[in-house]
Design a protein around this ligand. Structure first.
Ligand code: SAH
Ligand code: SF4
Length: 375
C-alpha cells in the first residue's frame, strides 16, 4: 500500500509537527526527526536511534523517506560530474546533476581527505517535461507531464547529499541550482517550499545566496520572490533581444513579452539590490550577430546584471547549432564594450545543466527500442 504512505520529505516543519501531534508524540520529536532526515541524512527508520521503537514501527508502516528510485547514473570522464535519472512512484522519470569544481574562490574548503573539491553543486528539476516548449531544449521538446511534489524535489538533493557525505565531506553540498527539467515558477509555491527546506537551519541550512533559481520569464514568480524578501540568486533565460525572436525561442514570451520581463527584473533589482543573471544560449545564425549583441546591451542598459553566454548544447531533435567560438567571442566583446558584465561558460553548471533531460531521453529511447524488440 505504498501509494497510501505519507512522504515525509513532502512535509514542511508545520506539517510534520501536525502529523506527530496527531500521533500524540511530544513536539521535540520534530527536531529529532529533522535532524535524522536532513543533517544525518539517513534513509532508514532503524537508524533513528533516539526514537522509541513503536514510533519507528509506525513510521515504517505509514510513511516513506522520499519516493525516488535511481534507475540510471552517468559519470563524466573527469569524474567530477554525475547525472542521475530517478523513477517516481507513478513510473515517471526525472533527472538531476551533481557538478563538482576543483577550485572556486570564496567557497568553504573541506580538508584534503577527501579530495579538496571546493564546490559541489546539485542541479535539480521541478517538473517532468516542461510546458514552455523552447525548441532548443531537450526537456521542452519532450512535452509536459506533471509538476514534481516537494518530496520529489527535496529527494533529488538528498540523494547527492548522502553520496557526498559518504565520500567524507563534512558539508556535503555547497550550492543548489534550480535549473534542471521544468519551469520552477509555474508552481511557485512548491519551489518556494523547497527553497525554505534548503535554507532552514533545521533542514539543509544553506545560505540563500548559494541557491539559484532560473526562470524562462514567469514574471509572477519574480514578483513573488520580491514579496518573500528572498536573497536567492535569480537567473533569467533571455536568449533573444527582441519579441519576434523570443516568441519563437522561449514561447512564454508571448504571454510575458520582453518589456514586461525586463521591468520585472528592474523592479527585482530595486527591491532586493541583487544582481540578475541573464542566460543567453548562442545559436548559430539565430541570435548571435553583433547587432543582436548591441540590442541585448541596449535592453539591459542601466540594470544591475550579468550576462552568461552559453554556447548551445545541440539536442537530438534541435534545429539549432552551436555558434562558432570566434563569433561567441565577438558577441562577448560587444557586450563588454557596452559595460555589460559578461562571462562565457564560467558557470559550467548552466552549460552542463542544459544537458538536463538528455539522459531521460536516452533512457526512454532505449526502453522504446527494448520494447520494440520484445514485441
Ligand atoms: N526552465 C528554466 C530552468 C531550466 S533550463 C529556464 O528555462 O530558465 C536551464 C537553462 O538551460 C536555461 O537557461 C535554458 O534556456 C538552458 N538550456 C536549455 N536547453 C539548452 C541547450 N540545449 N543548450 C544550452 N542551454 C540550454
Ligand atoms: Fe522549459 Fe527551461 Fe527547457 Fe524552456 S529551457 S523548455 S523553460 S526547461
Amino acid at each position: 500500500m505504498s501509494e497510501k504512505r505519507i512522504d515525509l520529505l513532502s512535509l514542511d516543519t508545520n506539517e510534520l509537527t501536525g502529523l506527530l501531534t496527531r500521533w500524540n508524540e511530544p513536539v521535540y520529536r520534530v527536531k529529532q526527526m529533522e535532524n535524522w532526515l536532513y543533517h544525518e541524512l539517513v534513509d532508514d527508520f532503524d537508524a533513528m536511534s533516539n526514537l522509541p521503537l513503536p514510533l519507528r514501527a509506525r513510521l515504517q508502516e505509514q510513511t516513506t523517506i522520499g519516493t525516488l528510485k535511481s534507475v540510471a547514473v552517468r559519470d563524466s570522464a573527469d569524474g567530477l560530474t554525475h547525472k542521475a535519472l530517478f523513477q517516481m512512484s507513478d513510473g515517471q522519470t526525472v533527472e538531476t546533476v551533481l557538478m563538482r569544481y576543483l577550485d572556486a574562490p570564496g567557497s568553504p574548503q573541506d580538508t584534503a581527505d577527501p579530495p579538496a573539491i571546493a564546490r559541489r553543486t546539485v542541479c535539480i528539476s521541478t517538473q517532468v517535461g516542461c510546458p514552455v516548449g523552447c525548441p532548443f531544449c531537450e526537456t521542452g521538446q519532450a512535452g509536459f507531464v506533471r509538476n514534481l511534489t516537494l518530496g520529489e524535489i527535496v529527494g533529488q538533493v538528498l540523494f547527492f547529499a548522502r553520496a557526498q557525505k559518504r565520500a567524507g565531506y563534512a558539508t556535503p553540498l555547497t550550492n543548489i541550482v534550480i535549473m534542471g527539467m521544468g519551469e520552477p515558477f509555474m508552481k511557485f509555491n512548491v519551489t518556494w517550499r523547497a527553497i525554505k527546506a534548503f535554507t532552514d537551519p533545521a533542514r539543509f541550512g544553506m545560505g540563500a545566496r548559494r541557491i539559484t533559481v532560473s526562470t524562462s520569464g514567469y514574471t509572477e514568480g519574480i514578483y513573488a520572490l520580491i514579496e518573500k524578501g528572498s536573497q536567492v540568486n535569480l537567473a533569467v533565460s533571455l536568449h533573444a533581444p527582441d519579441d519576434a525572436l523570443r516568441d519563437r525561442l522561449v514561447p512564454v514570451n508571448r504571454k510575458h513579452p520582453l518589456r514586461e520581463l525586463i521591468k520585472a527584473c528592474r523592479d527585482y533589482v530595486r527591491a532586493t539590490h541583487r544582481r540578475v543573471t541573464f542566460e543567453y544560449a548562442l545559436m548559430d545564425g539565430i541570435n548571435d550577430s553583433p547587432a543582436q549583441a548591441s540590442a541585448v546591451a541596449q535592453l539591459l542598459s542601466g540594470l544591475l546584471c550579468h550576462v552568461n553566454l552559453i554556447p548551445l548544447n545541440p539536442t537530438s531533435e534541435s534545429p539549432y547549432q552551436r555558434t562558432p567560438m570566434a563569433r561567441v567571442q565577438e558577441f562577448e566583446r560587444v557586450l563588454r564594450a557596452s559595460n555589460i558584465p559578461t562571462t562565457l561558460r564560467v558557470e559550467k553548471g548552466i552549460e552542463i545543466a542544459a544537458g538536463c533531460g538528455q539522459l531521460r531521453q536516452q533512457v526512454n529511447k532505449q526502453r522504446i527500442s527494448e520494447l520494440q524488440l520484445a514485441l
